[in-house]
Design a protein around this ligand. Structure first.
Ligand code: WQD
Length: 338
């Protein structure tokens, strides 16, 4: 089976690329390298072997997509190409809707034209908005995402729902990620955001290796056990396996399907800090700062539907996530450019 991975050089995409190659699939990667590096694809090739063809380009380029589908016997696609920095999305919503919504629709058009109707979409738990009742299930009511990034993902979900209603040939798996973190245990691939990371674990890992002086804890007055934000951190290797499991499920079925990909366990910021200190054996410099706009107190997944439908569950815990993330950061202090 040949699979198209848009954004396959990115953090999630490169780990799914590894899982696909390791499972014996041929892969075509399309990436514009706006927030990723071709080095990630080369390193995955070294790690997994297998056949991967790399195209540099924008998922909104319909002609390029048509050429790719004409040139390869693609039977399914997984869509990662998009922008994901929450604060950036607030500053530049037009770009976020253009890339995330426009790019998603461009891919759907190209797939339909090529007669390819199996799609796994990278969505986010942000679509639940500010919910009180935990854990979150796939039938938890959707809320109002706190920013254009989350709203753009929700818009693509809605387009996919309508597409599946309009055309029964579509077979769509929407994966709502909780908080991806960690890296392949080799330390050869990992998260390499442009500029200062906005997410907790990559930022804290850069503090741990001395690349940044201090971690700021955005608020310790939330209604949580220790007052800091609680999130469901899922290892990117577990997340990648969830994509393969979803692809297998869609092989036998059409229609629109949604799964939460989380561990079912939330950890606070302070618990993450203590975890990093446990793994490194060193104190991590941190200080409390005001809350960050748009943050919510807590969310974590009920991942039982993915367990039931896909036979999938996360197998790696917080210490695995932190040890693997730190190894990547220590071995690649400046990311892929280092
Ligand atoms: C986690 C916790 C912060 C940084 C976002 C997107 C989500 C997904 C993951 C893409 C919160 C606290 C953070 C820091 C801190 N995106 N924090 N200091 O906001 O839950 O989710 O990224 O897949 O869709 O919404 O993740 O890692 O930014 O924050 O105290 O320097 O860490 O307040 O409680 P978030 P995060």
């Amino acid at each position: 089976m040949t699979i198209l991975l848009t954004g396959g050089a990115g953090y999630i995409g490169s780990h799914v690329l590894f899982a696909c190659l390791a499972a014996g699939h041929e892969v075509v990667v399309l990436d514009d390298f706006s927030n990723s590096s071709p080095a990630a694809v080369s390193r995955v090739r070294e790690l997994a072997g297998g056949v991967v063809t790399l195209y540099r380009g924008d998922v909104r380029d319909g002609k390029l997509l048509a050429d790719i589908f004409a040139g390869h016997a693609i039977t399914a696609a997984m869509h990662f190409a998009g922008k994901k920095a929450v604060n950036e999305s607030v500053a530049d919503p037009l770009d976020y809707y253009g890339v995330n919504v426009g790019g998603g629709m461009s891919l759907m058009r190209a797939m339909a034209a090529a007669g390819v109707f199996r799609l796994v979409f990278s969505s986010t738990a942000s679509v639940y908005g500010e919910r009180v009742e935990m854990p979150l299930t796939e039938t938890s009511p959707l809320g109002e995402p706190a920013n254009p990034y989350g709203r753009s993902k929700m818009m693509v979900e809605r387009v996919l729902t309508d597409l599946c209603r309009a055309d029964p040939r579509w077979s769509v798996g929407v994966l709502r990620y909780f908080n991806p973190a960690g890296a392949h245990p080799s330390g050869r691939i990992g998260e390499d955001p442009l500029g200062p990371p906005s997410n907790l674990i990559p930022y804290a890992a850069q503090v741990a290796v001395g690349r940044r002086p201090q971690l700021l804890v955005f608020g310790n007055d939330y209604p949580t056990p220790d007052g800091t934000g609680v999130r469901d951190y899922i290892h990117v290797m577990d997340l990648a396996q969830g994509h393969l499991a979803a692809l297998g499920y869609l092989k036998e079925r059409t229609g629109h399907h949604v799964w939460n990909l989380g561990t079912g366990r939330g950890y606070s910021v302070l618990e993450v800090i203590r975890g990093i200190e446990r793994v490194t054996g060193q104190p991590l410099p941190w200080a409390v700062a005001p809350r960050r706009a748009g943050d919510i107190a807590q969310y974590w997944a009920d991942p039982s539907l993915a367990g039931k439908d896909l036979g999938w569950r996360a197998t790696r815990g917080l210490d695995d996530i932190l040890a693997d993330h730190l190894r990547w950061q220590q071995q690649n202090r400046e990311g892929y450019a280092g």
